[in-house]
Design a protein around this ligand. Sequence first.
Ligand SMILES: *[C@@H]1O[C@H](CO)[C@@H](O)[C@H](O)[C@H]1NC(C)=O
Ligand SMILES: *[C@@H]1O[C@H](CO)[C@@H](O)[C@H](O)[C@H]1NC(C)=O
Ligand SMILES: *[C@@H]1O[C@H](CO)[C@@H](O)[C@H](O)[C@H]1NC(C)=O
Ligand SMILES: *[C@@H]1O[C@H](CO)[C@@H](O)[C@H](O)[C@H]1NC(C)=O
Length: 263
Amino acid sequence: MKVCDVVIIFITLFYLKECTKDVFQNLDEKYHLVSEAYSITKKLFVQGRDNYNTLKNRSLHVMDTFLDLVYIVNEEMAKELRSAIVKFYKIKYFHDFTNYVVNIEETVDIIEHCLKEPLEKVDQIRAQFHDVIKNFQDSRNFDVVNRCYNELPDEVAVTHCLLHQAVLFNETMQANLIAIVEIKTRQHAQDMNATLFGVRKCLNDFVPNFFEQVLVDAYTNSCGFLKVVNASVSDLIQDRWRKFHETKFPKKWSPLVSLLKEK
Ligand SMILES: *[C@@H]1O[C@H](CO)[C@@H](O)[C@H](O)[C@H]1NC(C)=O
Ligand SMILES: *[C@@H]1O[C@H](CO)[C@@H](O)[C@H](O)[C@H]1NC(C)=O
Ligand SMILES: *[C@@H]1O[C@H](CO)[C@@H](O)[C@H](O)[C@H]1NC(C)=O
Ligand SMILES: *[C@@H]1O[C@H](CO)[C@@H](O)[C@H](O)[C@H]1NC(C)=O
């Protein structure tokens, strides 16, 4: 690269920097109110963006934690179910091994069919929820405050203009996102819950009295694992996102999920 190219790049960068600088930064120091209002406006704008991003992060983290819990619990129940089936056939067809193999293969197919749904649902819900949350972008534009410059030299008018923008920055976006997070969290949690509870119906539809015959409680109301998911769904549905301290899901369930993941 030649020296003159480097110089041109530097000049370009310097020029770009000057252009994007806020007009208010070069304002005469005598405009005290204006500089005060400007810094309030800037602060609210930045704060709004931080709060927004934090809320997005938190909702994604909560949903991921919930789905991780469902995944782990579902794996445990599936394991229980599979081993119960093997045990069942071993006892039933102890003396007739050929018959045992034919029948167990059929039953295993049915079980695998019914167990596919919850696994697919976990992935589907995770992807959907991430899409919804990521689609929310901070649509405010700080450059609108530069329009207030037109009110100069009337200091009070400029200040008023800036504070008006400050209030708008403060109000607009978070309420929308909170509403969406609450609705979508509830919908997805209920959808996941219904799918997990649906495994029982699926098996009973293929094999009447499946659970009574096989003597297994996985996926039934008396199954401790299913109760855990059910309780976490209850908490998730009741969480209110407007106030930080009213979301109990993360505090209550995150430690358990971390523990389970380690194991
Ligand atoms: C959101 O989470 C990511 C990764 O977990 C982190 O890098 C980022 O700083 C977080 N953002 C906010 C605003 O909390
Ligand atoms: C910004 O919003 C918060 C919460 O809604 C409110 O308490 C605060 O007074 C607002 N600030 C301004 C400058 O409007
Ligand atoms: C699931 O939760 C609901 C609401 O909290 C409760 O009424 C129901 O008994 C629970 N079911 C199971 C199987 O834990
Ligand atoms: C989960 O789904 C089952 C079956 O539809 C239902 O009985 C239970 O109340 C649901 N749990 C919650 C917390 O809504």
